[in-house]
Design a protein. Structure first.
Length: 363
């Protein structure tokens, strides 16, 4: 059996620091620790199309962006199978069969789907494909017999649906599929990084993102104008660190080493927070430090990205090889699925014999 990791992203835009702390950094760690027998990371373009059906060009353009983000963040095609969802037809096939094992009302109760329907103003007119995406996502996970799915809290309802479907399938037909577990981000900042404007979430539609692909200049422009404590008007005023995005980012990204390297007046973030809270420490100084911390983290990513950008055809080759490897696994599971469902007619010698017997003339 083995321990198998699978996770993916909708390729609707380039990835930002929220993705990085929330999942990408962890994936690279998991890849390097090597505790898992196999790791799949894929671009969920089929799922992205469920609410972008009229804009396939957006998805198409972002395939390379997201692939560059993956590779430059450190995902290594030698250790991790990278693939594109739409190129695995077995996913559509398994989705079709899983749809028979779940009710409409069960999908309707999915809180993530509910929120998304509201957000997209789909209430009156829900595209059927969009409505069914939790089943398609269950197929993504089950087809590869994933045991572990690193994802955010919002994906928990999808994992519940997946586990239910796996149980239903195994009970109804035969023990073929595997129940997965979610692996949540370790801490609160990793779960939800606020935007540079201090709003709850870093998100492309809010225009408050720092992208992995931003230049050092772009990062500084964004950090310089970040939201801090609106009541911290003069340097001498006491400042608040709660809800202050600069400090939330420092929580997420800075280490004691960064202090030693860039700001040795303080031993660590606690000392810095103390001073800020007492008063007498200006926002600009903190922002300069944060900028150094972020750029130190992004610099190796930028260097790798620059290298990969020199050979874009090779990116497609990497994705093609990953997709071919994923298809082998997909074909194996689907053959087990068809056998369990007894729809493997041409390979079923017993069925052929039995039917022949049945139609033999009785003399
Ligand atoms: N729903 C996920 C997201 O919006 C993307 C996704 C699709 C996924 N299939 C998956 C994540 C399977 C984990 C496992 O980000």
């Amino acid at each position: 059996m083995g321990k198998i990791i699978l996770t993916g992203d909708r390729p609707t835009g380039k990835l930002h620091l929220g993705h990085y702390v929330g999942s990408l950094r962890r994936r690279v760690q998991l890849q390097e620790e090597g505790d898992y027998d196999r790791m799949f990371v894929f671009m969920a373009d089929v799922q992205a199309l469920t609410d972008n059906a009229d804009n396939p060009e957006k998805i198409r353009q972002n395939i390379v962006q997201v692939a560059l983000d993956y590779l430059s963040a450190g995902l290594d095609p030698a250790k991790c199978t990278l693939f594109i969802q739409s190129q695995i037809p077995e996913l559509a096939e398994l989705t079709t069969y899983l749809m028979n094992l779940i009710t409409v009302s069960r999908v309707q109760r999915n809180p993530t789907v509910k929120t998304e329907i509201k957000m997209r103003n789909f209430e009156a007119n829900i595209p059927l494909g969009f409505f069914c995406y939790p089943v398609s996502q269950a197929a993504d996970i089950a087809l590869f017999k994933a045991t572990t799915v690193p994802a955010g809290e919002d994906q928990e309802p999808m994992l519940e649906v997946t586990r239910e479907l796996v149980r239903r399938f195994n009970q109804t037909y035969a023990e073929v599929l595997v129940e997965p577990n979610i692996m949540l981000p370790e801490n609160a900042t990793a779960r939800r990084l606020p935007g540079t404007d201090g709003k709850e979430k870093m998100s492309k539609s809010l225009g408050n993102c720092i992208y992995l692909s931003d230049s050092a200049d772009e990062v500084w422009q964004k950090v310089r104008s970040m939201y801090t404590d609106p009541d911290h008007l003069r340097v001498d005023d006491p400042g608040k660190v709660e809800g202050n995005a600069v400090f939330t980012y420092l929580d997420a990204f800075s280490s004691d080493d960064d202090f030693a390297e860039f700001w040795p007046e303080y031993k660590n973030l606690d000392e810095l927070k103390d001073h800020y809270t007492r008063g007498g420490l200006g926002d600009m100084k903190c922002k300069k430090f944060l900028n150094q911390v972020i750029n130190k983290m992004l610099e190796p990513i930028r260097v790798r990205r620059h290298e990969y950008e020199q050979d874009i055809p090779e990116i497609f080759n990497i994705l093609r090889r990953g997709t071919d490897a994923a298809r082998e696994v997909a074909a194996q599971t689907m053959s087990e699925v068809r056998e369990a469902m007894r729809i493997n007619y041409f390979d079923d010698a017993e069925l052929i014999r039995q039917q022949a017997e049945l139609f033999k003339s009785p003399h």
